[in-house]
Write a protein that binds this ligand. Structure first.
Ligand SMILES: [Mg+2]
Ligand SMILES: [Zn+2]
Length: 196
């Protein structure tokens, strides 16, 4: 792959797209954060691929199954489609080093803060990571983005509590992904973000 130009908006799922619920696995508990569709449409229109990058250790811990994850994921993709948004991919890590389910018990390279899923997304879709943005609600999202060489790292306050130290490691902190104006302003006013 030579100099890919395709940028991506990488999104953590829980606490970014939907309200944080511990080990969320049921459609009835999935609540979209308001304004998420508008922001995603804006980046889609600007030429970004939209890719979800999510740790799902609830699978390793036996709280829900891989099939449960996919049922919820298909439902989420349908809701995005209804809103005119096509997600390029959803990458998830089902592992945990102390998994109850033996097949998922591994210190893998994909669980954030490891960068494995971002690198995999780059290889699958020819993404230019330096021209891309990672949005998360935890320091581990930001660390994964940094390790992968993602150009812009954004923390949102809509999920886990963010400390001052966490905030210092991000390029931008927003209340939530639905703050379309904040994202747009930041995006268009920062000349270091290459336009696709
Ligand atoms: Mg999260
Ligand atoms: Zn993993």
């Amino acid at each position: 792959m030579i100099n890919p130009i395709q940028p991506a908006l990488f999104l953590d799922r829980d606490g970014v797209i939907n309200k944080e619920v511990h080990y969320l696995s049921k459609i009835k508990d999935f609540v979209f954060i308001s304004g998420v569709f508008e922001t995603c449409r804006m980046f889609q229109k600007a030429g970004f691929s939209l890719i979800v990058i999510t740790n799902q250790s609830g699978i390793a811990r036996g709280y829900y199954t891989d099939a449960d994850f996919h049922t919820l994921n298909r439902w989420m993709l349908d809701r995005f489609n209804d809103a005119g948004i096509s997600l390029t991919d959803v990458l998830y890590c089902p592992h945990h080093p102390k998994a109850v389910i033996p097949e998922y018990r591994t210190a893998c390279a994909c669980r954030k803060p490891q960068p494995g899923m971002l690198l995999e997304a780059r290889d699958r879709h020819g993404i230019n990571l330096a021209a891309s943005i990672m949005v998360g609600d935890k320091l581990s999202d930001i660390q994964a983005g940094r390790q992968a060489g993602v150009g812009k790292l954004v923390l949102v306050r809509s999920g886990y509590d963010i400390t001052l130290d966490d905030a210092r490691q991000a390029h931008h902190v927003a209340e939530n992904l639905g703050q379309t104006d904040s994202f747009y302003k930041w995006f268009i006013e920062d000349p270091t973000i290459p336009t696709p």
